[in-house]
Design a protein around this ligand. Sequence first.
Ligand code: HEM
Length: 410
Amino acid sequence: MTETADVESASTGHPAFPMARKCPFSPPEEYARLRETEPISKVTLTQNGRTVWLLTKYEHVRAVLADPRMSADITADGYPLMIPVPIEILRSVPRALFHLDPPQHTVQRRLLMPEFTVRRVEAMRARTQEITDERISAILEHGGPVDLVAELALPIPSQAICELLGIPFEDRHFFHEYTAGIIGKNTDQDAILAREMEMAAYIDRLLDAREKEPGDDLISHLLMRNREPAFGVERGDIGILVRALIAGGHETTANMISLGVLALLANPDQLALVREDRALAARAVDEALRLFSISDFGTSRVATEDIELDGIVIRKGEGVIASMAAADHDPSVFADPGRFDIRREAAKHVAFGHGIHQCSGQSLVRMELEIVFTTLFDRIPGLRLAVPLEEVPMKTESLIHGLRELMVTW
Ligand code: HEM
Protein backbone atom coordinates (compact mmCIF):
# COMPACT_ATOMS: atom_id res chain seq x y z
CA MET A 1 0.00 0.00 0.00
CA THR A 2 1.33 3.42 -0.92
CA GLU A 3 1.32 6.46 1.29
CA THR A 4 2.42 9.88 0.23
CA ALA A 5 5.13 11.05 2.56
CA ASP A 6 7.67 13.82 2.89
CA VAL A 7 9.84 11.76 5.12
CA GLU A 8 13.19 10.21 4.36
CA SER A 9 13.13 6.56 3.53
CA ALA A 10 14.72 4.75 6.46
CA SER A 11 16.50 2.20 4.27
CA THR A 12 18.07 4.49 1.64
CA GLY A 13 18.33 7.91 3.30
CA HIS A 14 16.84 9.48 0.15
CA PRO A 15 13.61 11.49 0.35
CA ALA A 16 10.47 9.39 -0.08
CA PHE A 17 8.42 9.87 -3.25
CA PRO A 18 5.70 10.94 -4.09
CA MET A 19 5.83 14.01 -1.86
CA ALA A 20 2.59 15.56 -0.69
CA ARG A 21 1.10 18.81 -1.97
CA LYS A 22 0.18 20.90 1.06
CA CYS A 23 -1.90 23.44 -0.84
CA PRO A 24 -3.85 23.20 -4.12
CA PHE A 25 -1.81 25.96 -5.80
CA SER A 26 1.71 24.66 -5.21
CA PRO A 27 3.75 21.57 -5.95
CA PRO A 28 5.29 19.80 -2.93
CA GLU A 29 7.47 22.31 -1.02
CA GLU A 30 10.45 19.95 -1.15
CA TYR A 31 10.81 20.48 -4.93
CA ALA A 32 12.04 24.08 -4.48
CA ARG A 33 14.66 23.01 -1.93
CA LEU A 34 15.89 20.18 -4.16
CA ARG A 35 16.03 22.47 -7.21
CA GLU A 36 18.27 24.83 -5.23
CA THR A 37 20.55 22.25 -3.67
CA GLU A 38 20.44 19.09 -5.78
CA PRO A 39 18.32 19.45 -8.93
CA ILE A 40 19.22 15.93 -10.10
CA SER A 41 18.65 13.93 -6.93
CA LYS A 42 17.74 10.46 -5.79
CA VAL A 43 14.40 9.59 -4.21
CA THR A 44 12.93 6.35 -2.93
CA LEU A 45 9.53 5.27 -4.22
CA THR A 46 7.07 4.52 -1.42
CA GLN A 47 5.32 2.12 -3.78
CA ASN A 48 8.18 -0.40 -3.97
CA GLY A 49 11.23 0.99 -2.16
CA ARG A 50 13.18 1.51 -5.38
CA THR A 51 15.58 4.40 -5.79
CA VAL A 52 15.17 6.58 -8.90
CA TRP A 53 16.26 10.04 -10.07
CA LEU A 54 14.05 13.07 -9.58
CA LEU A 55 14.60 16.10 -11.83
CA THR A 56 13.34 19.47 -10.61
CA LYS A 57 14.84 21.95 -13.11
CA TYR A 58 12.97 23.02 -16.26
CA GLU A 59 15.96 22.60 -18.60
CA HIS A 60 16.78 19.12 -17.26
CA VAL A 61 13.17 17.96 -17.50
CA ARG A 62 12.93 19.09 -21.14
CA ALA A 63 16.30 17.60 -22.02
CA VAL A 64 15.34 14.17 -20.67
CA LEU A 65 11.89 14.18 -22.29
CA ALA A 66 13.46 15.02 -25.66
CA ASP A 67 16.22 12.41 -25.34
CA PRO A 68 15.73 9.32 -27.56
CA ARG A 69 17.92 7.33 -25.16
CA MET A 70 15.18 7.62 -22.54
CA SER A 71 12.50 4.92 -22.78
CA ALA A 72 8.86 5.19 -21.67
CA ASP A 73 8.56 1.40 -21.26
CA ILE A 74 6.64 0.90 -18.02
CA THR A 75 7.57 -2.80 -18.00
CA ALA A 76 11.34 -2.16 -17.98
CA ASP A 77 13.03 -3.15 -14.70
CA GLY A 78 14.18 0.32 -13.65
CA TYR A 79 11.03 2.24 -14.66
CA PRO A 80 9.71 4.35 -11.74
CA LEU A 81 6.51 2.38 -11.25
CA MET A 82 4.06 4.26 -9.07
CA ILE A 83 0.90 2.22 -9.52
CA PRO A 84 0.28 -0.89 -7.42
CA VAL A 85 0.02 -3.27 -10.39
CA PRO A 86 2.35 -6.29 -10.40
CA ILE A 87 4.93 -6.13 -13.17
CA GLU A 88 3.86 -9.59 -14.47
CA ILE A 89 0.40 -8.21 -15.17
CA LEU A 90 1.79 -5.15 -16.94
CA ARG A 91 3.97 -7.42 -19.05
CA SER A 92 1.07 -9.68 -19.99
CA VAL A 93 -0.96 -6.98 -21.77
CA PRO A 94 -0.09 -4.68 -24.70
CA ARG A 95 1.29 -1.28 -23.72
CA ALA A 96 -0.59 1.91 -24.56
CA LEU A 97 0.92 4.79 -26.53
CA PHE A 98 2.26 6.49 -23.38
CA HIS A 99 4.51 3.53 -22.68
CA LEU A 100 5.72 2.61 -26.16
CA ASP A 101 9.01 3.64 -27.74
CA PRO A 102 9.66 4.16 -31.46
CA PRO A 103 9.06 2.53 -33.89
CA GLN A 104 5.79 1.14 -32.39
CA HIS A 105 5.06 4.50 -30.78
CA THR A 106 5.46 6.31 -34.10
CA VAL A 107 2.96 4.03 -35.86
CA GLN A 108 0.31 4.29 -33.13
CA ARG A 109 0.73 8.03 -32.81
CA ARG A 110 0.24 8.46 -36.58
CA LEU A 111 -2.83 6.29 -36.36
CA LEU A 112 -4.33 8.43 -33.61
CA MET A 113 -3.29 12.01 -34.33
CA PRO A 114 -5.67 12.77 -37.24
CA GLU A 115 -8.44 12.53 -34.62
CA PHE A 116 -6.97 15.40 -32.58
CA THR A 117 -5.92 17.99 -35.15
CA VAL A 118 -6.80 21.58 -34.30
CA ARG A 119 -9.37 21.46 -37.13
CA ARG A 120 -11.04 18.33 -35.74
CA VAL A 121 -11.16 19.83 -32.28
CA GLU A 122 -12.53 23.14 -33.54
CA ALA A 123 -15.35 21.17 -35.14
CA MET A 124 -16.26 20.00 -31.63
CA ARG A 125 -16.36 23.52 -30.20
CA ALA A 126 -20.06 24.22 -30.85
CA ARG A 127 -21.12 20.93 -29.26
CA THR A 128 -18.84 21.47 -26.24
CA GLN A 129 -20.37 24.94 -25.80
CA GLU A 130 -23.82 23.36 -25.90
CA ILE A 131 -22.87 20.73 -23.30
CA THR A 132 -21.42 23.44 -21.06
CA ASP A 133 -24.53 25.62 -21.41
CA GLU A 134 -26.80 22.69 -20.54
CA ARG A 135 -24.76 21.92 -17.42
CA ILE A 136 -24.75 25.52 -16.24
CA SER A 137 -28.51 25.84 -16.84
CA ALA A 138 -29.02 22.77 -14.64
CA ILE A 139 -26.80 24.32 -11.94
CA LEU A 140 -28.77 27.58 -12.05
CA GLU A 141 -32.02 25.69 -11.83
CA HIS A 142 -30.78 23.67 -8.84
CA GLY A 143 -29.58 26.79 -7.01
CA GLY A 144 -26.51 27.13 -4.77
CA PRO A 145 -24.61 25.82 -2.99
CA VAL A 146 -23.55 23.24 -5.53
CA ASP A 147 -20.51 21.02 -6.03
CA LEU A 148 -18.86 22.09 -9.29
CA VAL A 149 -16.76 18.94 -9.49
CA ALA A 150 -19.80 16.67 -9.71
CA GLU A 151 -22.10 19.03 -11.60
CA LEU A 152 -19.75 20.64 -14.10
CA ALA A 153 -16.09 19.61 -14.08
CA LEU A 154 -16.60 15.86 -14.47
CA PRO A 155 -19.67 15.75 -16.74
CA ILE A 156 -18.30 18.09 -19.45
CA PRO A 157 -15.14 16.16 -20.42
CA SER A 158 -16.92 12.83 -19.82
CA GLN A 159 -19.67 13.72 -22.25
CA ALA A 160 -17.12 15.11 -24.73
CA ILE A 161 -15.00 11.94 -24.68
CA CYS A 162 -18.08 9.69 -24.90
CA GLU A 163 -19.33 11.61 -27.95
CA LEU A 164 -15.87 11.63 -29.53
CA LEU A 165 -15.51 7.85 -29.12
CA GLY A 166 -19.16 7.19 -29.88
CA ILE A 167 -19.94 5.42 -26.60
CA PRO A 168 -23.04 5.84 -24.41
CA PHE A 169 -22.80 8.61 -21.81
CA GLU A 170 -24.69 6.30 -19.42
CA ASP A 171 -21.53 4.18 -19.20
CA ARG A 172 -19.57 7.04 -17.61
CA HIS A 173 -19.94 5.81 -14.02
CA PHE A 174 -18.09 2.66 -15.00
CA PHE A 175 -15.25 4.73 -16.55
CA HIS A 176 -15.04 7.02 -13.55
CA GLU A 177 -14.66 4.08 -11.19
CA TYR A 178 -12.14 2.44 -13.49
CA THR A 179 -10.00 5.57 -13.75
CA ALA A 180 -10.19 6.40 -10.06
CA GLY A 181 -8.99 2.84 -9.44
CA ILE A 182 -5.95 2.94 -11.69
CA ILE A 183 -4.75 6.39 -10.60
CA GLY A 184 -5.56 5.84 -6.93
CA LYS A 185 -2.61 5.36 -4.59
CA ASN A 186 -4.22 2.80 -2.34
CA THR A 187 -6.17 0.50 -4.60
CA ASP A 188 -5.60 -3.17 -3.92
CA GLN A 189 -4.22 -5.33 -6.70
CA ASP A 190 -7.14 -7.75 -6.97
CA ALA A 191 -9.52 -4.84 -7.41
CA ILE A 192 -7.32 -3.35 -10.15
CA LEU A 193 -7.09 -6.68 -11.94
CA ALA A 194 -10.86 -7.22 -11.78
CA ARG A 195 -11.48 -3.73 -13.17
CA GLU A 196 -8.93 -4.20 -15.94
CA MET A 197 -10.67 -7.41 -17.03
CA GLU A 198 -14.09 -5.77 -17.00
CA MET A 199 -12.73 -2.86 -19.04
CA ALA A 200 -11.02 -5.18 -21.54
CA ALA A 201 -14.31 -7.05 -22.08
CA TYR A 202 -16.21 -3.77 -22.47
CA ILE A 203 -13.75 -2.51 -25.10
CA ASP A 204 -13.81 -5.81 -26.92
CA ARG A 205 -17.57 -5.48 -27.30
CA LEU A 206 -17.18 -1.90 -28.54
CA LEU A 207 -14.64 -2.92 -31.19
CA ASP A 208 -16.86 -5.81 -32.32
CA ALA A 209 -19.81 -3.47 -32.71
CA ARG A 210 -17.82 -0.87 -34.70
CA GLU A 211 -16.26 -3.48 -36.94
CA LYS A 212 -19.74 -4.75 -37.84
CA GLU A 213 -21.31 -1.31 -38.14
CA PRO A 214 -18.87 1.60 -38.43
CA GLY A 215 -20.07 5.09 -37.51
CA ASP A 216 -18.59 8.60 -37.66
CA ASP A 217 -16.65 8.27 -34.41
CA LEU A 218 -13.03 7.95 -33.30
CA ILE A 219 -13.13 4.17 -32.78
CA SER A 220 -14.57 3.53 -36.25
CA HIS A 221 -12.03 5.93 -37.76
CA LEU A 222 -9.16 4.12 -36.03
CA LEU A 223 -10.38 0.73 -37.23
CA MET A 224 -10.77 1.97 -40.79
CA ARG A 225 -7.44 3.85 -40.90
CA ASN A 226 -5.74 0.76 -39.50
CA ARG A 227 -6.64 -1.13 -42.71
CA GLU A 228 -4.22 1.13 -44.64
CA PRO A 229 -0.88 -0.55 -45.43
CA ALA A 230 1.09 1.93 -43.26
CA PHE A 231 -0.64 0.65 -40.10
CA GLY A 232 -1.96 -2.86 -39.51
CA VAL A 233 -1.75 -2.46 -35.73
CA GLU A 234 -2.99 -5.50 -33.70
CA ARG A 235 -6.58 -5.31 -32.52
CA GLY A 236 -5.39 -5.63 -28.91
CA ASP A 237 -3.26 -2.51 -29.36
CA ILE A 238 -6.26 -0.56 -30.64
CA GLY A 239 -8.20 -1.74 -27.60
CA ILE A 240 -5.47 -0.48 -25.27
CA LEU A 241 -5.38 2.82 -27.14
CA VAL A 242 -9.12 3.28 -26.71
CA ARG A 243 -8.80 2.38 -23.04
CA ALA A 244 -6.03 4.96 -22.62
CA LEU A 245 -8.25 7.63 -24.19
CA ILE A 246 -11.12 6.76 -21.88
CA ALA A 247 -8.89 6.80 -18.80
CA GLY A 248 -6.83 9.82 -19.85
CA GLY A 249 -9.65 11.76 -21.38
CA HIS A 250 -11.97 12.82 -18.60
CA GLU A 251 -10.49 12.79 -15.08
CA THR A 252 -7.45 14.92 -16.02
CA THR A 253 -9.54 17.56 -17.77
CA ALA A 254 -12.10 17.48 -14.96
CA ASN A 255 -9.37 18.19 -12.42
CA MET A 256 -8.10 21.08 -14.49
CA ILE A 257 -11.61 22.56 -14.81
CA SER A 258 -12.19 22.61 -11.06
CA LEU A 259 -8.66 23.79 -10.20
CA GLY A 260 -8.79 26.50 -12.88
CA VAL A 261 -12.12 27.77 -11.59
CA LEU A 262 -10.65 27.79 -8.08
CA ALA A 263 -7.65 29.85 -9.29
CA LEU A 264 -9.97 32.39 -10.93
CA LEU A 265 -12.18 32.62 -7.83
CA ALA A 266 -9.16 33.04 -5.56
CA ASN A 267 -7.67 35.76 -7.83
CA PRO A 268 -10.49 38.20 -8.67
CA ASP A 269 -8.06 40.60 -10.40
CA GLN A 270 -7.14 37.86 -12.89
CA LEU A 271 -10.78 36.88 -13.36
CA ALA A 272 -11.59 40.54 -14.12
CA LEU A 273 -8.91 40.55 -16.85
CA VAL A 274 -10.47 37.50 -18.54
CA ARG A 275 -13.92 39.06 -18.36
CA GLU A 276 -12.68 42.33 -19.88
CA ASP A 277 -10.69 40.75 -22.69
CA ARG A 278 -11.70 37.37 -24.14
CA ALA A 279 -8.34 37.04 -25.86
CA LEU A 280 -6.87 36.48 -22.40
CA ALA A 281 -8.95 33.33 -21.80
CA ALA A 282 -6.43 31.21 -23.74
CA ARG A 283 -3.66 32.64 -21.59
CA ALA A 284 -5.60 31.88 -18.43
CA VAL A 285 -5.88 28.28 -19.61
CA ASP A 286 -2.12 27.88 -20.11
CA GLU A 287 -1.33 29.67 -16.86
CA ALA A 288 -3.68 27.32 -15.00
CA LEU A 289 -2.11 24.29 -16.71
CA ARG A 290 1.34 25.53 -15.67
CA LEU A 291 0.40 26.44 -12.12
CA PHE A 292 -1.19 23.08 -11.32
CA SER A 293 0.77 20.72 -13.62
CA ILE A 294 -1.58 18.03 -12.42
CA SER A 295 -0.11 14.85 -13.84
CA ASP A 296 3.28 15.75 -12.36
CA PHE A 297 5.09 12.39 -12.44
CA GLY A 298 3.27 11.01 -15.52
CA THR A 299 6.50 11.78 -17.33
CA SER A 300 8.70 8.97 -16.01
CA ARG A 301 11.41 7.31 -18.05
CA VAL A 302 14.17 4.71 -17.89
CA ALA A 303 17.65 5.21 -19.41
CA THR A 304 18.58 2.81 -22.23
CA GLU A 305 22.27 3.80 -22.03
CA ASP A 306 24.49 5.83 -19.74
CA ILE A 307 23.47 9.48 -20.09
CA GLU A 308 25.28 12.51 -18.76
CA LEU A 309 23.09 15.32 -17.55
CA ASP A 310 24.75 18.48 -16.26
CA GLY A 311 27.77 16.54 -14.96
CA ILE A 312 25.79 13.67 -13.43
CA VAL A 313 25.69 10.24 -15.03
CA ILE A 314 22.36 8.47 -15.17
CA ARG A 315 23.25 4.82 -15.69
CA LYS A 316 21.62 2.50 -18.21
CA GLY A 317 18.54 0.93 -16.59
CA GLU A 318 18.04 3.67 -13.99
CA GLY A 319 14.64 5.30 -13.63
CA VAL A 320 14.00 9.02 -13.92
CA ILE A 321 11.02 11.12 -12.87
CA ALA A 322 11.06 14.32 -14.92
CA SER A 323 8.78 16.34 -12.66
CA MET A 324 6.52 18.63 -14.68
CA ALA A 325 5.27 20.50 -11.62
CA ALA A 326 8.83 21.20 -10.48
CA ALA A 327 9.83 22.36 -13.99
CA ASP A 328 6.79 24.59 -14.28
CA HIS A 329 7.68 26.24 -10.97
CA ASP A 330 11.32 26.82 -11.83
CA PRO A 331 11.81 30.52 -10.99
CA SER A 332 14.56 30.91 -13.60
CA VAL A 333 11.88 30.32 -16.26
CA PHE A 334 8.66 31.49 -14.56
CA ALA A 335 9.31 34.40 -12.21
CA ASP A 336 7.40 34.23 -8.91
CA PRO A 337 6.04 30.83 -10.02
CA GLY A 338 3.43 30.47 -7.27
CA ARG A 339 1.54 33.53 -8.54
CA PHE A 340 -1.42 32.97 -10.89
CA ASP A 341 -0.60 35.58 -13.51
CA ILE A 342 -2.45 35.18 -16.80
CA ARG A 343 -0.35 37.81 -18.55
CA ARG A 344 2.88 35.82 -18.29
CA GLU A 345 4.24 33.66 -21.15
CA ALA A 346 2.95 30.43 -19.67
CA ALA A 347 2.51 28.44 -22.90
CA LYS A 348 6.07 27.10 -22.69
CA HIS A 349 5.03 25.01 -19.67
CA VAL A 350 5.52 21.25 -19.76
CA ALA A 351 2.19 20.29 -18.17
CA PHE A 352 1.40 18.29 -21.34
CA GLY A 353 4.90 16.80 -21.38
CA HIS A 354 7.51 17.47 -24.02
CA GLY A 355 9.01 15.57 -26.96
CA ILE A 356 7.44 12.63 -28.80
CA HIS A 357 4.93 11.74 -26.07
CA GLN A 358 3.50 15.23 -25.68
CA CYS A 359 -0.22 14.96 -24.89
CA SER A 360 -2.34 14.03 -27.91
CA GLY A 361 -5.45 15.54 -26.36
CA GLN A 362 -4.08 19.01 -25.62
CA SER A 363 -6.09 20.93 -28.27
CA LEU A 364 -9.24 19.33 -26.92
CA VAL A 365 -8.31 20.18 -23.32
CA ARG A 366 -7.49 23.81 -24.18
CA MET A 367 -10.79 24.20 -26.04
CA GLU A 368 -12.83 22.72 -23.16
CA LEU A 369 -11.10 24.83 -20.52
CA GLU A 370 -11.48 28.02 -22.52
CA ILE A 371 -15.20 27.46 -22.96
CA VAL A 372 -15.77 26.67 -19.28
CA PHE A 373 -13.64 29.54 -17.91
CA THR A 374 -15.54 32.10 -20.01
CA THR A 375 -19.09 30.69 -20.04
CA LEU A 376 -19.28 29.91 -16.32
CA PHE A 377 -18.50 33.47 -15.21
CA ASP A 378 -20.67 35.02 -17.98
CA ARG A 379 -23.69 33.03 -16.91
CA ILE A 380 -23.08 33.19 -13.14
CA PRO A 381 -21.28 36.51 -12.60
CA GLY A 382 -21.72 36.38 -8.84
CA LEU A 383 -20.11 32.92 -8.48
CA ARG A 384 -18.13 32.54 -5.24
CA LEU A 385 -16.78 29.85 -2.96
CA ALA A 386 -19.34 28.47 -0.51
CA VAL A 387 -16.60 27.44 1.95
CA PRO A 388 -13.34 29.12 3.03
CA LEU A 389 -10.49 28.57 0.56
CA GLU A 390 -8.49 26.54 3.13
CA GLU A 391 -11.38 24.08 3.41
CA VAL A 392 -11.56 23.13 -0.28
CA PRO A 393 -10.59 19.42 -0.17
CA MET A 394 -7.84 18.07 -2.43
CA LYS A 395 -7.80 14.53 -3.86
CA THR A 396 -4.93 13.38 -1.70
CA GLU A 397 -5.67 9.74 -2.54
CA SER A 398 -4.94 10.22 -6.24
CA LEU A 399 -1.70 10.24 -8.24
CA ILE A 400 -3.16 13.10 -10.31
CA HIS A 401 -3.69 16.44 -8.60
CA GLY A 402 -7.30 17.57 -8.30
CA LEU A 403 -10.13 18.66 -6.03
CA ARG A 404 -12.49 16.22 -4.38
CA GLU A 405 -15.24 18.81 -4.20
CA LEU A 406 -15.66 22.50 -5.07
CA MET A 407 -18.67 23.93 -3.28
CA VAL A 408 -19.78 27.25 -4.81
CA THR A 409 -22.75 29.54 -4.57
CA TRP A 410 -23.84 32.92 -6.05
C1 HEM B 1 -5.71 18.49 -18.35
C2 HEM B 1 -5.72 17.40 -19.06
C3 HEM B 1 -4.52 16.60 -19.49
C4 HEM B 1 -3.22 16.64 -19.04
C5 HEM B 1 -2.62 17.56 -17.99
C6 HEM B 1 -2.49 15.65 -19.80
C7 HEM B 1 -1.14 15.41 -19.64
C8 HEM B 1 -0.42 14.54 -20.42
C9 HEM B 1 1.01 14.33 -20.33
C10 HEM B 1 1.92 15.01 -19.35
C11 HEM B 1 1.36 13.42 -21.28
C12 HEM B 1 2.78 12.94 -21.60
C13 HEM B 1 3.15 11.68 -20.84
C14 HEM B 1 4.61 11.29 -21.10
O1 HEM B 1 5.41 12.04 -21.64
O2 HEM B 1 4.99 10.18 -20.69
C15 HEM B 1 0.15 13.02 -21.96
C16 HEM B 1 0.10 12.09 -22.97
C17 HEM B 1 -1.06 11.71 -23.58
N1 HEM B 1 -2.32 12.24 -23.40
FE1 HEM B 1 -2.82 13.70 -22.12
N2 HEM B 1 -3.35 15.02 -20.67
C18 HEM B 1 -4.60 15.58 -20.52
C19 HEM B 1 -5.74 15.25 -21.21
C20 HEM B 1 -5.80 14.35 -22.24
C21 HEM B 1 -6.98 14.07 -23.03
C22 HEM B 1 -8.33 14.76 -22.88
C23 HEM B 1 -6.65 13.09 -23.91
C24 HEM B 1 -7.46 12.41 -24.96
C25 HEM B 1 -8.73 12.47 -25.12
C26 HEM B 1 -5.26 12.76 -23.68
C27 HEM B 1 -4.55 11.80 -24.37
C28 HEM B 1 -3.19 11.57 -24.22
C29 HEM B 1 -2.47 10.55 -24.98
C30 HEM B 1 -3.06 9.56 -25.99
C31 HEM B 1 -1.12 10.63 -24.58
C32 HEM B 1 0.03 9.75 -25.02
C33 HEM B 1 0.78 10.44 -26.12
C34 HEM B 1 2.02 9.69 -26.55
O3 HEM B 1 2.56 8.89 -25.80
O4 HEM B 1 2.44 9.90 -27.70
N3 HEM B 1 -4.78 13.54 -22.65
N4 HEM B 1 -0.93 13.72 -21.44
